[in-house]
Ligand binder design. Sequence first.
Ligand code: SF4
Length: 385
Amino acid sequence: MKSYSYSKIRLWEECELKFCAHELLGLKPDSLFDFDPKMQLGSLIHNYFEKFYKSQIQTSLFRQGVISLPEWQEEFRQEWDKLSQKLFIPSKDIQKALEERGLVSLKNFYEREKQKDFKLPIYLEGRFQVDLGQFKLGGRIDRVDREEDGSLTVIDYKISDQVQTCLQADADQQLTLYYLACKQSLSREAPKRLALYYPIQDEIVYTTRTDDDVHELLEKILNMDLEILERGCNSDKYNTSPAEWKCRSCGFKEQCPEHKFMHDLSLPNKADIESKVEEFLSLKKQIAPLEESLEGLKSEIKEYMKDNQLKKIGACSLKPIQGDIYDPIKSWDFIRKLEDGYQYVKSLNKSLIDEHWDNFEPEQKDILKAAKIRKPVVYHLRVDN
Ligand code: SF4
């Protein structure tokens, strides 16, 4: 049975082709992650947080008390020293700055835990698997705490430069998945709160989830699953979503059609077509100011003709054309968002509104009835040759 994790869902949303290459065709990416010092530091900090309580549980059998902060930081420093030698870090200063981020994270974590008397979480790196019949959802939750009032809090550690806003945390799909996992797999109990903990900034962002949020997420995953089922392993059927931030670190760049020209040395007449592309771009740059002047002149002439009710000045004619036809159902969301909804309704097509009349809510029907429905007239300046 198929199994999805949050990282697979995120990969699908990031780029379908990348998902296909990695998850369906099983291609091995040319991993850039292995050498990214920031990523590696993040995962080392993450490991240290996990180890903190795991070793705590083991050592408490033999000795009293918690490891001291300087002792813990020293262990981390030595580990980072070993690790950083294997990475490409441009200078000693950057290596030190990264180490400092790690030490600050450990300090913030330690002091926060101390305030709670180092109370053990009820789950650490808790593995889960939720069987949904058609597929399974699996993953690992950093931590689940039992609070004083008896409720549960799910905590996800985030080692990153930017702290999410509350709104972003409310929409975080990973936390929705963790809510479901905690309720149906780990503790069989719904968590009251879910939290993102940022140790570098020592900030914590809380959010909550309901079963409705879970349904919404499951619907999304179900659609994704159906799409995959329909397209199979045929990579031609998966869309690319190129963007600098994604493609830069993508391990499938060399196979990706978006970047094929850069990597495929066997393509014919590469140099020739490359110089044509450069020429095209340079000409485009040269005519850009001309196009801008033309547009400026066009609108000035058009305004003058409309104000003075002229149909023709020399070779320029003002042509009235009908506006676009909108589907009122699809347009409804826009109508609600616009301050001047009535004005927008005027641009809807009457026959389409009639066709969908039964689908409108009473409130929507009132607005539509009150609006004068007709197609707008858009004036277009035409130049005769
Ligand atoms: S290079 Fe960019 S567009 Fe191509 S597969 Fe990777 S992320 Fe997708």
